[in-house]
Design a protein around this ligand. Structure first.
Ligand code: NAD
Ligand code: MG
Length: 394
């Protein structure tokens, strides 16, 4: 067998990062950790460095870097510690790296993920916000560098698995009618509407099926996660928003489906454990053991489906609006959502205000064409200022 794949894990201390390191740790002959990055919980990053002995670690500040460097040296490790976005881009593009796992949360992941794409790495994408913000430019970079881009998001990984291996010819040529994007409906699927103004961050983060970082947990509760995933799917599978139907499926056993013109519907099923899509993308086109228990259909017994309720989940409608508008609109949607989720987690706004804030800023901002990356960052920065003003004025 060829040498082990060298992997950079962006966002190693997060939920996806840790699940990835769990899968990698099961296959030391296949995978070698090249770099690990973390933004907070740096004790955890130190422990991960001890376990995986990477060549590099990346932290946000020079002070944190000095501390970690000293600790690693004292532990007898030769790991070099780099700092900030420059460090993240360096470990993404290093010539020694084969694969980059993009699992930083939010807009902060865009530059390092793009650095990996531009360097032609195999990129395993969890950081959906990066693609939502800069879709057209991101996909142009993927095609220019002939990067292998594999979706880690469970729904997109499922769709990828339900499409033929060579899907470059486009959905029409493949006979695809629709993509059916499944959604659990989150913790508030059945909460009386009048109670949504009083739900706490803890309740929003208590997802019924998945254990995830706090930002994506709130996104799942508002269904903005499905909205971002709708936009993500449009870019990954080169398809119009109208061709994607959201299907609420509370058990999270079917991770998405592809509906073909002959009436066949292909689905991918599995336990709700991110190690399955992670193992799939790591090993693709092979298959490896992930540590996930076999699916027990007898204990699941039934699978339910419902249409999404856009009165309960206005974020879904707003995301569809941004997807249809194109240009800068998805970047505005994403930026305001990031500010709104942080404000909700800090108890500065109530849960329904997440959607109100996005609605007002998105509809006040003209949509402009986005021809270069700097425009994306300008749009992102301006939307954050407007979102902060909304917070001050309320
Ligand atoms: P998380 O909050 O658990 O982890 C985020 C990681 O990013 C951490 O390592 C953190 O240190 C790092 N980070 C945060 N802010 C940063 C910054 N400004 N600069 C550099 N690094 C920073 O989040 P998660 O649940 O692992 O999600 C990560 C990404 O994967 C998100 O984009 C999310 O939408 C996507 N995703 C997650 C899941 C899941 O099951 N958790 C599923 C599908 C997609
Ligand atoms: Mg998902």
């Amino acid at each position: 067998m060829s040498r082990a794949q060298r992997i950079t894990v962006l966002g190693a201390t997060g939920s996806i990062g840790l699940s990835t390191l769990d899968v990698i740790g099961r296959h030391p002959e296949r995978y070698e950790v090249f770099a690990l990055t973390g933004y907070s919980r740096l004790n955890e990053l130190f422990a991960l460095c001890i376990r995986h002995a990477p060549q590099y670690a990346v932290v946000p500040t020079a002070l944190a870097a000095r501390q970690l460097q000293d600790d690693l040296r004292a532990a007898g490790l030769g790991t070099r510690v780099l700092v900030g976005e420059g460090g993240l881009c360096e470990v993404s593009a290093d010539p020694e790296v084969d694969t980059v796992l993009a699992a930083i949360v939010g807009a902060a992941g865009l530059r390092p993920t793009l650095a990996a794409v531009e360097a032609g790495k195999k990129v395993l994408l969890a950081n959906k916000e990066a693609l939502v913000m800069s879709g057209a430019l991101f996909m142009q970079a993927v095609h220019r560098s002939a990067t292998v881009l594999l979706p880690l998001d469970s729904e997109h990984n499922a769709i990828f698995q339900c499409l033929p291996r060579d899907c470059a010819s486009g959905l029409d040529a493949l006979g695809v009618r629709r993509i059916l994007l499944t959604a659990s409906g989150g913790p508030f699927r059945e909460t009386p509407l009048s109670e949504l103004a009083h739900v706490s961050p803890e309740q929003a983060c208590a997802h019924p099926n998945w254990s995830m970082g706090r930002k994506i947990s709130v996104d799942s509760a508002s269904m903005m996660n499905k909205g971002l995933e709708l936009i993500e799917a449009c870019w990954l599978f080169d398809c119009a928003p109208a061709r994607i139907e959201v299907v609420v499926h509370p058990q999270s056993v079917i991770h998405s489906m592809v509906d073909y013109v002959d009436g066949s519907v292909l689905a991918q099923l599995g336990n709700p454990d991110m190690r399955t899509p992670i193992a799939h993308a790591l090993a693709w086109p092979e298959r490896i053991e992930s540590g996930v228990a076999p699916l027990d259909l007898f204990s699941i017994a039934r699978l339910d489906f419902q249409a999404p309720d856009e009165v309960r989940f206005p974020c879904l409608r707003l995301a569809r609006q941004a997807a249809d508008a194109g240009g800068s609109a998805p970047a505005v949607l994403n930026a305001v959502n990031e500010v709104a989720v942080a404000a909700f987690l800090d108890r500065r706004i109530r849960f329904p205000e997440i959607a109100s804030m996005i609605d007002e800023v998105l509809n006040a901002e003209p949509t402009i064409a986005v021809g270069e990356l700097e425009t994306v960052f300008e749009v992102d920065a301006r939307a954050r200022v407007l979102a902060e003003q909304w917070l001050q004025a309320k």
